[in-house]
Design a protein around this ligand. Structure first.
Ligand SMILES: Cc1cc2nc3c(=O)[nH]c(=O)nc-3n(C[C@H](O)[C@H](O)[C@H](O)COP(=O)(O)O)c2cc1C
Length: 284
């Protein structure tokens, strides 16, 4: 805080125009984080080059393990590839219509190729080993963190976004469509576009901080604690008649029926096991 205060102060001394700019950016970041919501329908116009560049720069500036940039980003522009992606991602048509569609790839292939191209194993004289699940996990972290930086930048520019979890389904077809080599795996996907209007209505509920943050060690939650934690979400679902059993069910019933025991979750679990297996064992 002290650092930012003195930084802002130093800009005040420089020029008042820059100060205004600094304050606007600070406000935008706060709003972008606290007012963000998923947006699934966009204006029918492309993202400007300037805004795209800002989003890409935010992605690149994100922290990355060891500064190794263990990810790649596929900017899907081809209409047919987008269409196929939308089919593979549980037929979510909004993907095909979205002005921008970014697939984030956990990527150790580049270092695998780089190490070998530079003859590192031979020069070190130590036995070669294949990339493991540790490398995969770091690459997943890198790419998801980078994606979220892009989402926040987009939001600050009036560009709405929505993650697409289904990018983890249909691994074999996804691998072919995106031409992904062995030491890569999709980590997340996001679609973006200019918002129609400033969205109105309530943000989706979240668990209260007291139910989310723990001190020092993990604590299992009682039934009562769980019901209390998810009470806000349950009330929102109830208000729109979304709960099962004639709107008399709990939020647990809703997610159990709508997510946990569905065929798409079964497919996602199969597909993720396939990606992990491919990374570890090189199959198929
Ligand atoms: C990992 C992840 C996967 C998601 N997948 C989808 C998706 O496939 N389709 C979709 O419409 N929304 C998807 N979402 C958006 C969530 O439904 C949304 O973030 C959540 O309902 C909370 O709403 P909010 O973002 O408006 O606060 C996904 C979000 C995340 C973080």
């Amino acid at each position: 805080m002290h650092g930012r205060f003195s930084y802002t102060l130093s800009i005040i001394v420089k020029t008042s125009r820059f100060v205004y700019h600094e304050i606007m950016i600070t406000k935008n970041v706060r709003e972008a984080l606290l007012q963000r919501r998923s947006v699934r329908a966009y204006q029918d116009k492309p993202i400007s080059n300037e805004d795209k560049e800002s989003i890409f720069q935010a992605i690149l500036r994100a922290p990355t393990a060891g500064n190794m940039a263990l990810y790649s980003v596929i900017d899907v522009q081809d209409a047919e590839v987008k269409r196929q992606l939308s089919v593979l991602c549980d037929h979510q048509d909004m993907i095909a219509r979205a002005p921008m569609c970014l697939v984030f790839i956990a990527d150790f292939q580049k270092w695998f190729d780089y190490y070998r191209a530079e003859d590192c194993p031979q020069k070190s004289g130590k036995p070669w080993r294949e990339p493991g699940l540790g490398e995969l996990h770091l690459a997943l972290q890198d790419s998801i963190i980078a994606c979220q930086s892009g989402v926040v930048m987009a939001e600050s520019l009036g560009i709405g976004s929505c993650y697409i979890g289904d990018v983890l389904e249909n691994g074999e077809a996804m691998q072919k469509l995106l031409n992904l080599p062995r030491y890569t795996m999709p980590s997340c996907m996001v679609i973006m576009g200019y918002k129609h209007d400033t969205p109105v209505g309530k943000l989706s509920a979240r668990c209260p901080a007291t139910d989310m943050f723990m001190t020092d060690q993990y604590q299992l939650r009682s039934k009562e604690a769980l019901e209390s934690a998810f009470n806000g979400q349950e009330r929102q679902a109830h208000a729109v008649n979304r709960l099962p059993y004639g709107n008399a069910g709990t939020l647990a019933d809703y997610y159990y029926e709508k997510k946990y025991i569905t065929s798409f979750m079964k497919e996602m679990n199969r597909s993720v096991a396939w990606w992990f297996d491919r990374w570890e064992k090189g199959r198929p």
